[in-house]
Design a protein around this ligand. Structure first.
Ligand SMILES: C[S@@+](CC[C@H](N)C(=O)[O-])C[C@H]1O[C@@H](n2cnc3c(N)ncnc32)[C@H](O)[C@@H]1O
Length: 206
């Protein structure tokens, strides 16, 4: 993303959340970058989903922002790191979203296999090396006309790199397979966007 494009990102979010996101980031706790969050909230405003699934709750920052713009939605969110899961639950409660959120603690790969029903929006923001493994279950859970929004798909630019560092080979190979599977699938209208850490948006045409 160019400096010019980045300079035009003006996030409109709750002030308390903006402050908390900054504090968490300073503590090294991950949360989606501003440009990714801006695009996520824009997509949600257009789609107006009723049922959202999030992989990777962290401390609930993206979850609260999503619920703030989707007043009629219920969020199901999954986190594997127990302190983050507990902090997220407290943050959802503080923002009066306890009744609008189902928080699962555990490995997303295990939990999604047991979810049923359809989601009209899936925000994939968990372990990057697992996106490709999760894909069959996520597509099973995505409603016709539903949107899959995945963050970090370009993984610090390494996915586009001819020779990524050896230690990142697995994650890069898996992310490339994830991107190729969706961009080559005629049942999906997919866009790969060079914003933030790389965003993929896929619309289920079925
Ligand atoms: C990039 S952070 C999520 C940020 C959050 N969506 C936000 O924007 O505020 C990714 C999260 O995925 C969690 N995670 C990692 N592996 C996981 C797994 N196997 N199952 C569920 N969550 C996992 C991490 O603990 C981390 O909190």
């Amino acid at each position: 993303m160019s400096e010019f494009t980045q300079s035009k990102v003006h996030l409109v979010i709750n002030e308390d959340i903006a402050r908390m996101r900054k504090d968490y980031r300073e503590q090294g706790i991950p949360t989606i970058l501003d440009e990714g969050l801006n695009l996520l909230l824009l997509t949600l405003k257009l789609k107006k989903p009723k049922k959202i699934l999030e992989i990777g709750t962290a401390t609930g920052m993206s979850g609260i922002c999503m619920l703030d713009v989707c007043k009629d939605a219920h969020l199901t969110t999954i986190e594997a790191h127990e302190p983050s899961y507990r902090t997220a639950k407290a943050n959802f409660e503080k923002h009066n979203y306890t009744n609008k959120v189902t928080c699962h603690f555990g490995d997303a790969g295990d939990i999604i296999r047991f979810l049923d029903g359809k989601f009209d929006f899936i925000f994939l923001d968990g372990p990057k090396a697992r996106y490709y493994d999760y894909l069959p279950e996520l597509l099973r859970l995505l409603a016709p006309g539903g949107v899959l929004f995945a963050d970090n798909v370009l993984f610090r630019g390494l996915v586009e790199c001819e020779k990524p560092p050896h230690r990142d080979n697995t994650i890069v190979r898996n992310l490339r397979a994830f991107i190729d599977t969706l961009t080559q699938n005629k049942n999906f209208t997919t866009s790969l966007i060079d914003a933030g850490d790389g965003i993929l948006i896929a619309y289920n045409n079925e």
